[in-house]
Design a protein around this ligand. Structure first.
Ligand SMILES: [Zn+2]
Length: 385
């Protein structure tokens, strides 16, 4: 078949189709960039030029990756928590951390409020970075394709503290619902603000749900599902909502399509065959190389072999992108990223069925998900020159 450009390839996979080959999209975030370019965290987070130059160089070398993780303004974690009143601390050479604002219930419940992205916490600073990045990218012929936010459960664990939040499930469930409600409204506002600041070019927004690996299915249904559903159904029109869970998600994975998510970045503890069986006809799967382990410490040949095994399990039938399960670790050799690309070139075919065709999008329409029925349209290619 004719070779697709990176945009067509990514979108075909995202729409559950079978592109010309599997795209290779490891998740490069600040930590890897800082290590690769020998930059300290202050320089990295404050310097738009440093972020721009680094992403331009790497994404030009690996063009599929401009769609995942995509050009993004880098501001570390805690931006959502900062807008809800958490004090943020900045350890040297590490991502910022949030101090829980709710220490005691019910005394501190009124201390949280829905964050306003234009005025609260670190959000205005992050939006400025987004706007400036979008402007400069246009001069280079690129655009921002990806958004990211920490999901309701992950942000609630920052606002309340992890242990206390999990104990509150039993002690004060009504307080948990109050926290989740305020957090979710903040997430909705933050997703929309990112989208607007990008110039409305985002194709997908990824929502983390890592903390949910610590809870059972019943608790997820009670305390997380309704809020995730509200968030995904409030995504900007035409944007694919995805879930990132790099840990154990077996107990809830089949519930993810029900909330309206159509992309799943899944963890190395989840067998790709299992993920494919559970949600492969409803979600594009992205993964699932462990960021530490072979990808960081193996030889390029070992990385290639690991990629081949994942491709063989997850690619047949379409809707699959080869990636890491979480942020690629600092000092992961660039040769190992090249090995991922090589593995896709050698082994990245999907199946015997006709390649290059998008399947009907979200089967979750049968669960009432109308948003997921929309496909992301393929526009002109944005292959870097
Ligand atoms: Zn994660």
């Amino acid at each position: 078949m004719t070779e697709m450009n990176p945009r067509e390839r990514f979108l075909a996979a995202l729409n559950l189709g079978e592109p010309d080959r599997v795209p290779a999209c490891p998740w490069l975030t600040s930590d890897w960039f800082m290590g690769h370019y020998d930059l300290d965290s202050v320089t990295w987070y404050k310097s738009l030029d440093a972020q721009l130059e680094a992403q331009l160089e790497i994404y030009s070398k690996f063009p599929d990756m401009q769609f995942f993780p995509g050009f993004r303004a880098s501001y570390g974690s805690t931006v959502e928590a900062s807008a809800m009143g958490c004090e943020i601390v900045y350890p040297p050479n590490a991502t910022p951390q949030a101090r829980p604002v709710i220490q005691e219930i019910p005394r501190d419940l009124d201390k949280i409020k829905v964050g306003n992205p234009e005025t609260d916490g670190r959000m205005p600073e992050a939006l400025e970075l987004y706007r400036a990045l979008a402007k400069k990218l246009r001069e280079h012929g690129f655009e921002i394709t990806s958004g990211f936010l920490h999901g309701p459960m992950d942000v609630a664990s920052e606002v309340r503290g992890m242990t206390n939040l999990l104990l509150d499930f039993y002690r004060t469930p009504e307080a948990v619902h109050h926290i989740m409600d305020v957090v979710t409204e903040t997430c909705v506002a933050w997703a929309r603000a990112q989208y607007e600041a990008s110039g409305r070019t985002m194709l997908h927004i990824l929502v983390s749900d890592d903390v949910s690996s610590l809870i059972g299915r019943d608790h997820w249904r009670e305390f997380v599902e309704p809020y995730m559903m509200r968030l995904f159904h409030s995504m900007p029109e035409g944007v694919v909502g995805g879930i990132h869970n790099c840990t154990r998600s077996q107990q809830v994975i089949d519930l993810y399509p029900h909330v309206g998510a159509r992309l799943l970045q899944f963890g190395p503890d989840v067998d790709p065959t299992f993920a494919k069986e559970k949600v492969g006809d409803q979600m594009c799967l992205l993964g699932n190389l462990a960021p530490t382990g072979v990808l960081k410490d193996g030889t390029p040949q070992e990385v290639e072999d690991a990629c081949r095994q994942i491709i063989e399990k997850a690619a047949p039938g379409g809707g699959f992108i080869l990636g890491s399960s979480g942020s690629v670790a600092r000092f992961t050799p660039i040769e190992n990223l090249e090995a991922m690309v090589r593995a896709c070139e050698k082994y990245g075919t999907y199946s015997k069925t006709s390649p290059g065709t998008a399947r009907p999008a979200c089967r979750s329409a049968r669960h009432g998900c109308t948003r997921g029925a929309a496909q992301v349209a393929s526009g002109p290619g944005k292959a870097p020159g």
